[in-house]
Design a protein around this ligand. Structure first.
Ligand code: AMP
Length: 286
């Protein structure tokens, strides 16, 4: 695996691949890689000729009181994982290279960037869309792979790609979970033993809603009420939001149909975790 630290180097390496006629799959990450990231790299490898990844802890998507300074970093271990999975090029730029002094341009998806996590984390999504747009310009991938874990991010990136005509296919990959259901996240590393147990309540709340919906309940208010009540069972977990939205535009729905996105965010101690689930009608077997 070749590690490219500069934009020029990465762009050159990816262009050379493309000139060989190779379809490039791209997996952007902030490092501290886990099995969720690995699944994206595998999906990229399955449908593309070459995989490029990036590790960049993007300061633009962190609020002033958030965890930028202590975000987990494990570059050598991350490289080993990516190499093991056959990644050809890793882009690991410096902050100065990505945002030279005087950078003044933002990419914002209006009307979506202030929904869900965007409401609790003002400016977060414009940081995400700005960096992803820049990464797409550097790598020029044919396809880019994102986790359903960050469902709002996925919807916003899809909209950006559509609105700005990026020639890239966005591929969503399923949430990878720990054995007990906790969605894998680099931030799980912040949890102590007691918090790690409490954190399962996020997934449990989603399952409660799913069960009720599968039993025929379609009123969002009722479904959300049950999800919130489950979170409230875990006294030391503080709910940020519990919503059911249209996965395309992130608008809340009142009557929950097939494909509705149930999304939750909560603080376990000081750690903010997110999880979600898409409600799906069972397919009748013939
Ligand atoms: P991050 O490094 O947290 O910015 O995440 C990089 C990519 O990995 C994003 O597309 C995430 O949605 C995805 N990702 C993170 N956690 C998971 C998970 N548990 N399952 C699937 N994808 C994930």
């Amino acid at each position: 695996m070749k590690i490219c630290n500069s934009i020029e180097e990465m762009r050159g390496a990816c262009r050379a691949l493309r000139h060989e006629g190779k379809r490039i799959g791209f997996v952007p990450t902030m490092g501290a890689l886990h099995e969720g990231h690995r699944s994206l790299v595998r999906a990229a490898g399955d449908s593309c000729d070459a995989v490029a990844a990036s590790i960049f802890v993007n300061p633009l998507q962190f609020g002033p009181k958030e965890d930028l300074g202590k975000y987990p970093r494990s570059f050598d271990r991350d490289c080993a994982l990516l190499e093991e999975e056959g990644v050809e090029f890793l882009f690991a730029p410096t902050v100065e290279d990505m945002y030279p002094a005087g950078s003044a341009t933002w990419v914002t998806v209006e009307g979506m960037s202030d929904k869900l996590d965007g409401r609790s984390r003002p400016g977060h999504f414009r940081g995400v869309t700005t960096v992803v747009a820049k990464l797409f310009h550097v790598v020029e991938p044919d396809a880019a792979f994102f986790g359903q874990k960050d469902a709002a991010q996925l919807a916003i990136i899809r909209r950006m790609v559509r609105d700005l005509n990026f020639p890239v296919e966005i591929v969503a990959c399923p949430i990878v979970r720990e054995a007990d259901g906790l969605a894998m996240s680099s931030r799980n590393a912040y949890l102590d033993t007691a918090q790690r147990k409490q954190a399962i309540v996020l997934y449990r709340s989603l399952l409660r809603v799913k069960k009720l919906w599968e039993g025929g309940e379609r009123r969002a208010e009722e479904l959300i009420g049950v999800g919130k009540a489950e979170i409230a069972q875990e006294k030391s977990v503080r709910l940020d939001y519990f919503e059911i939205v249209d996965p395309e535009n992130l608008d809340p729905v009142s009557n929950v149909r097939d494909g509705g996105l149930v999304a939750v965010a909560a603080f376990v101690g000081a750690t903010r975790l997110i999880d979600n689930l898409v409600l799906k009608e069972a397919v009748a077997l013939a």
